[in-house]
Design a protein around this ligand. Structure first.
Ligand SMILES: Nc1ncnc2c1ncn2[C@@H]1O[C@H](COP(=O)(O)OP(=O)(O)OP(=O)(O)O)[C@@H](O)[C@H]1O
Length: 516
């Protein structure tokens, strides 16, 4: 383990081998610290495996190593950049929670890439995900179904998840067998997207509906879960759909490797004949050549009536780093935004998590009041709920009588901790657009009619005054405008507010709505 290097590093002052009594004592102390760190890592690894299941663990964490532990920072290492960003994007909160549960002094987890000791090809090959475990066929819940029944169904679904007996994606990023329609909780914030996703998963070849379907939301609201549910269901479709699920990062990596190995044609061929392409985390698609390839693929699939589903953390017209041709094709379909889950949904997500956790540990019991309390207070996203739930489960194993006050203490970092909420430009745009009865898309468009220009300038002014974003960045988020346009808007609104009480009240009201 690289840890050894780390511990001797502290003594590396050019001295000969330690001979004095003081150095020996230091060595014993170090050995003890090293052992403690190894135990910590072993314990967290075991919990992580229990949380994510052996398949996901084997895919992503089998090569995770402890690099070093300082008082508050744990550094882990993986062999490839791909794994690093995958773990950072998907699992960092979970891993941080698990370390903190072992040692509350730990504040931060960093994932590093180990220096390659093997040759390039081998190291890159290691990043190829193993064959995904596809789920078995599952029944579908209906919105009219009683909650208990839905939980039971979700439990059966997870219990039944096994490596594929039939149907799996042609290739691509691994699917998590827990991410199915059955385990996805429906609510007002995601109902439309869920209906569209189910329609696509059930459709036959060539029966294209909303193309491309573009789902966007801020982090942790269930985009990946829904996309993987589409993939998991589509591979079971009796019409034998050819399905590919990829994260944008995986797509980039596959193309980069294929181009390096002069094998791009084979890769393109294998993508040509698919029925359903699902791309997650579109905001990460970068690089001129890769975007060019992606644009080709997208055009080819859309033009031949093949279904494409995409998810990103922002709307297609806000993906500034994308090639305008890709952006424009993505805008040609249907974009649906998820909002944050409401209380009922949050509670249902927690109940389902509990039911699933009970499969592993039937003695696990979390009182309903605790679940309700968490659902009321952890409001931001499904991912935070998951973090809160993991903390609860972990704590209850050695504090069986957790009080609500203790839960608040444990979850202080997830519950509104008194810090002001971070305002996002998307929220400002949404609230201003709604207030002035225009669409968010119009706000970032090129249209220059009065009804759009004023709300746009107000939204820019609010973006500058309520967020730490720079003029150029705000310009980019408003349809790629120049920073001088934003500067002009901010000055203009400042000037107008000082002489127009009605407008000044309007802006105050908008600020209150945004900060709510
Ligand atoms: N409606 C839901 N029903 C059940 N679980 C949900 C729901 N929404 C979110 N979750 C859970 O919350 C966690 C985070 O969800 P997911 O990773 O799908 O979010 P995301 O929107 O893709 O986030 P990111 O933008 O960071 O990729 C997952 O464990 C997911 O199962």
């Amino acid at each position: 383990m690289q840890m050894n290097t780390m511990t001797t590093g502290g003594l590396d002052n050019g001295d000969a081998a330690p001979q004095t009594f003081g150095s020996i004592r230091l060595e014993v102390g170090e050995a003890k610290a090293e052992m403690k760190q190894s135990i910590l890592f072993e314990r967290v690894s075991a919990r992580l495996k229990a949380q994510v299941g052996p398949d996901v663990y084997a895919s992503w964490f089998a090569r995770l190593k402890l690099h070093s532990v300082s008082k508050s920072v744990v550094r882990l290492s993986v062999p490839t950049t791909f794994l690093k960003s995958w773990i950072n994007n998907r699992y960092l909160d979970l891993i941080t929670g698990l370390f903190q549960a072992e040692d509350p002094e730990i504040l931060k987890i960093e994932v590093l890439v180990r220096t390659a000791t093997r040759h390039g090809t081998k190291a890159l090959d290691e990043a190829v995900a193993p064959e995904p475990a596809a789920p078995t066929q599952m029944r579908r819940p209906t919105s009219a179904q009683p909650a208990g029944q839905a939980v039971q169904q979700a439990v059966s679904a997870v219990a039944a998840a096994r490596p594929a007996s039939f149907g799996s994606p042609l290739f691509g990023s691994p699917l998590d067998s827990r991410f199915t329609f059955d385990t996805f909780v429906e609510g007002s914030s995601n109902r439309v997207a869920l209906a569209a996703a189910k329609t696509i998963a059930e459709a036959g070849q060539g029966a294209v509906r909303f193309n491309p379907l573009f789902i966007h939301s801020t982090v942790g609201l269930g985009k990946t879960h829904l996309l993987q549910a589409v993939a998991n269901a589509a591979v079971q479709n009796p019409r034998a759909l050819r399905v590919v699920y990829l994260t944008a990062e995986y797509f980039m990596w596959r193309f980069a490797t294929a181009i390096r190995d002069n094998d791009a044609l084979t890769l393109k061929d294998s993508l040509r004949n698919i029925d359903l392409l699902i791309i997650d985390d579109m905001q990460f698609l970068q690089g001129k050549m890769i975007q060019h390839e992606f644009c080709h693929l997208l055009n080819m699939l859309l033009d031949s009536a093949k279904q494409v589903v995409v998810a990103a953390d922002r709307a297609p017209w806000e993906l500034e780093s994308l090639d305008p041709r890709v952006r424009s094709r993505l805008q040609g379909g249907v974009a649906i935004e998820f909002d944050a889950p409401d209380y009922e949904m949050r509670l249902e997500i927690l109940k389902r998590r509990l039911a699933v956790a009970r499969l592993e540990d039937p003695s696990l019991d979390i009182p309903a009041e605790l679940l309700q309390h968490v659902a009321r207070n952890v409001t931001a996203s499904g991912r935070e709920l998951e973090g809160a739930f993991n903390q609860l489960v972990f704590r209850r194993s050695f504090e069986p009588n957790l009080s609500i006050e203790r839960v608040d203490e444990l979850l202080a970092h997830l519950v509104g901790s008194g810090e002001p909420r971070r305002v996002r430009i998307e929220d400002i745009q949404r609230i201003v657009a709604r207030h002035y009865n225009v669409s968010r898309q119009e706000l970032v468009s090129n249209r220059r009619t009065r009804v759009i220009v004023k709300p746009r300038q107000i939204a820019m002014y609010l973006s500058k005054t309520l967020t730490p974003r720079s003029f150029p960045e705000i310009g980019r988020r408003f349809g790629g405008r120049d920073h001088t346009t934003v500067l002009h808007a901010v000055r203009k609104i400042e000037e107008l507010i000082s002489g127009d009480t009605k407008l000044s009240h309007e802006v105050e009201l908008l600020k209150r709505l945004i900060n709510e």
